[in-house]
Ligand binder design. Structure first.
Ligand code: SDX
Length: 394
């Protein structure tokens, strides 16, 4: 082994690519998509506008946005045979397990995505179809979990309202579009839209680097996101807060458990590989929590527990020494819950928001003509061993 390999388990200090999509400053807690701050985008933009920005590089003009919405509205339905998947899943099966397999199967229903060296138009149509169909698939997963009839998209609705219609609408009623809910959903999806080379985006890039099609590459990203150390944390946070509430709300006790190396308990929603300051998304979501719950007239006791945990942790030396702050997952679940989603759906909602980022990362990797990803290792195993017949093994 020549001395050219440096061990960097977890890629903690490895720059895996050059990218123009998202800028993070972990020390200052800065996050920008294509140069625009998330604070401005979360306040002034819609999720579809931000999706266009992240995928194509610029905020759309009115005509471009209308064209984008128009193209998407042509592809919001899924192949009717895809509904057979839902009959095969066990009831109560986790929505992320369903989502990963359904998105993977898009490559079988829409095989044009497999064409090598797609033209720009062909690649764009492949992208549009995925952006269009994900909300439908997510809402179908939710409706099936309730045993409710599926609600098909209505193209008179904008992207986010259409998702809410398919998710919470009923065939027998007109949909009462609540602007507070639409605004909250847009904001949450915007804040999840990309985050440079996080675990799932890096997964999408490395799977795509083998020239694997977009749908299968995104499905691999969904698998990576499911982990509780990554996107699965948003469901784990709510489960944790419910546990602490059921245990009497003794935040000090649980802070001490999080610090105890002999205790497997982790303060979910805290800590980040890059942010060694506040996660700027957590700041925005925490404020949105108060506003949305108040506007919806909801008093959720776990919000107070979350705030008590945060206050206690931020003055605790263990957390201070390790620069552990609330991340994007710490408060997001409280809003999802207030909007009516069960905690099993939270990570699927993270995927819905992250889709434009994954697509942009996959697209950029191809535009950069990057080689297949193939890291090396430092071998520390057995060296030369002679084969022993099974009859002679001890
Ligand atoms: C996301 O990368 C991204 O950008 C991800 C994301 C995105 O938008 O894509 O931002 C989304 O995944 C946010 C993170 C969600 N995960 C969680 O909330 C799970 C809980 N957090 C952690 O497990 C942890 O903080 C990570 C996974 C987020 C980061 O892990 P690192 O960078 O590998 O840090 P580490 O595990 O080495 O921790 C360093 C120290 C350790 O203590 P010491 O060995 O130094 O004594 O901090 C401790 C850890 O034990 N620590 C925690 C802790 N997180 C870190 N201790 C208690 N509770 C925690 N949550």
């Amino acid at each position: 082994l020549t001395g050219f390999i440096t061990l960097d388990t977890g890629f903690k200090n490895t720059g895996s690519t050059k990218s123009k999509i998202t800028f993070l400053d972990g020390e200052k807690g800065i996050l920008k998509y294509r140069g625009y701050s998330i604070e401005q985008l979360a306040e002034k933009s819609s999720f579809l506008e931000v999706a266009y920005l992240i995928v194509y590089g610029n905020l759309p003009t009115q005509a471009e946005l209308e064209g984008f919405q128009g193209e998407i509205s042509k592809h919001t339905l899924i192949h009717e045979d895809m509904k057979k998947f839902f009959d095969g899943y066990p009831s109560r099966s986790h929505p992320m397990g369903q989502l990963g397999s359904l998105i993977f199967s898009l490559s079988t229903f829409y095989p044009e995505c497999l064409k090598p060296n797609q033209t720009a138009e062909e690649q764009d149509l492949t992208i549009i179809k995925l952006l269009a169909k994900l909300p439908t698939i997510v809402s179908f997963i939710y409706k099936k979990s309730l045993g409710h009839p599926l609600i098909y998209p209505k193209n008179k609705y904008d992207y986010v309202t259409n998702f809410l219609w398919m998710t919470f609408g009923q065939r027998t009623e007109d949909y009462d579009v609540n602007p507070i809910v639409v605004s909250a959903m847009n904001k949450l999806l915007i804040l999840h839209a990309d985050h440079e080379q996080n675990c799932s985006a890096s997964t999408v890039r490395i799977v795509g680097s083998s020239d694997c099609n977009l749908y299968a590459s995104i499905s691999a990203g969904i698998a990576a996101l499911w982990g509780p150390l990554h996107g699965g944390a948003n469901q784990a946070v709510i489960d944790m807060l419910e546990l602490i509430k059921a245990d009497g709300g003794d935040t000090e006790k649980w802070i001490n458990k999080a610090k105890d190396k002999n205790d497997s308990f982790r303060m979910m929603g805290f800590g980040h590989r890059v942010y060694k300051n506040f996660d700027p998304r957590a700041k925005i979501i925490k404020k949105a929590c108060d506003d949305i719950l108040e506007n919806l007239g909801i008093d959720d006791p776990i919000l107070e527990i979350a705030k008590k945990l945060e206050e206690a942790a931020l003055t605790d030396q263990y957390f201070i020494d390790r620069k552990l702050y609330p991340n994007v997952d710490f408060y997001s679940g409280i809003i999802y819950r207030a909007l009516g989603f069960p905690s099993e759906m939270f990570t699927v909602l993270f995927a819905l928001g992250r889709l434009p980022g994954w697509i942009a990362q996959w697209k950029e990797m191809h535009e950069n003509k990057e080689p297949i990803g193939r890291p090396r290792q430092i071998y520390v195993g057995e060296t030369d061993r002679e084969f022993v017949d099974i009859k002679d093994r001890k």
